[in-house]
Design a protein around this ligand. Structure first.
Ligand code: ADP
Length: 348
């Protein structure tokens, strides 16, 4: 997944470079800056002294010393003054300049903290948005793995309204599933009326079971007849990979437009492209469904081809259903919400 959000201490990230939210002097400070200097050792400060400070929105690079990361990229974020003083552009410039330095120094993996979102007071949700948008723009032109590292829980990372809408949607759908389970449990524990409804459910279950056993016989028969099997195979539905490529064409996208929009690594996409029977992960299928702006039915169809479904007993599935059925396909936004709900992110 070329762009992802993780919860971690950035000094522990094993990347080619980690980015430091420094101040103009580059001579160390509190917050993430202090943590990076403590973990890297005094040699880092010694090198920083030779750099002559750094302007807001710009970046400078040093070695990583005792860190797992080979480099530290020091950038100076803007101090939040209400949003009308060019803060957004300066913050975006921090990410762009840091990524430019990372690319010039051959880095393939880079980790950022939420620059300016601590002592400098930039609202966290907006700081995350700038980080995600700027990094995703950069990834349109470059191959790199970028981590946005969120340290503490603090305030929300998505808008309160969106969070509340999704929380309600999850609760409504999750609860109905569990109410249903409760009902079945009550049925098992008490009373004949409940028992009746159980047996009806049992009958309903019997039909698919019978169908299944017939199917098993048919399969055995066919297996004994290699010609028949070959014929059946020839009639197989289109695979996930075939459906994906067809949809890309139908939507008039290029492959690169599609996999970049889907937050999918180029190498993974070429594997899928070259293997008609490729079995992707669920987070990969959903990322493609969002990038291709599929309807909820088309999404279910694509998931089924890869052996998955959307259920109401998983928060992840309900959140995905919320976005797709509301026609909201912004993968950055979906991932921000998934992260906020402690769910896996989509992409691959
Ligand atoms: P700034 O002055 O740019 O606001 P801060 O260091 O005060 O910088 O905070 C920037 C962000 O880094 C905040 O969101 C803070 O929670 C986070 N942070 C602090 N320590 C760490 C750490 N060890 N790893 C990752 N993020 C951190």
């Amino acid at each position: 997944m070329p762009l992802t959000i993780v919860r971690n201490d950035i000094t522990k990230m094993d990347c080619d470079a980690i980015v430091n939210a420094a101040n103009n002097s580059l001579l160390g400070g509190g917050g993430v800056d202090g943590a990076i200097h403590r973990a890297a050792g005094p040699e880092l400060l010694a090198e920083c002294r030779t750099l002559g400070g750094c302007d807001t929105g710009r970046a400078k690079i040093t070695k990583g010393y005792r860190l797992a990361a080979k480099y530290v990229i020091h950038t100076v974020g803007p101090i939040w003054q209400g949003g009308g003083h060019g803060e957004r552009e300066l913050l975006a410039s921090c990410y762009r300049e840091s990524l430019r330095l990372a690319a010039e120094n051959g880095c393939k993996t880079v980790a950022f903290p939420l620059i300016s979102a601590g002592v400098y007071g930039y609202p966290r949700a907006e700081a995350l948005r700038v980080a995600m948008d700027t990094c995703s723009d950069f990834l349109m032109e470059h191959d790199m793995m970028i981590y946005i590292v969120v340290f503490d829980r603090g305030s929300l990372l998505v808008s309160e309204k969106l969070f509340a809408d999704i929380r309600r949607f999850v609760d409504d759908n999750y609860v109905s599933e569990h109410t249903d389970k409760d009902r079945k449990l009550r049925a098992r524990l008490f009373g004949s009326f409940a028992a009746k409804s159980e047996s009806m459910e049992g009958a309903a279950m019997a039909a698919p079971m019978a169908a299944h056993s017939n199917m098993a016989e048919t399969v055995c028969e066919e297996a004994a007849l290699p010609d028949g099997l070959a014929e059946a195979m020839a009639r197989m539905d289109e695979s996930f990979s075939q459906m994906l490529l067809r949809k890309i064409d139908e939507k008039g996208l290029t492959d690169a437009q599609c996999y970049k929009k889907a937050n999918i690594d180029r190498k993974l996409f070429s594997k899928i492209r070259s293997d008609v029977n490729y079995k992707p992960k669920k987070i990969t299928v959903i990322a493609f469904a969002a990038a291709l702006e599929l309807t909820i039915d088309e999404t279910r169809d694509m998931l089924m081809k890869a052996g998955f479904a959307l259920s109401h007993s998983s928060k992840f599935d309900i959140i995905i259903e919320y976005f797709i059925s509301h026609g909201r396909y912004d993968i950055i936004e979906i991932n921000e919400v998934l992260f906020e709900f402690d769910q896996p992110l989509i992409g691959g």
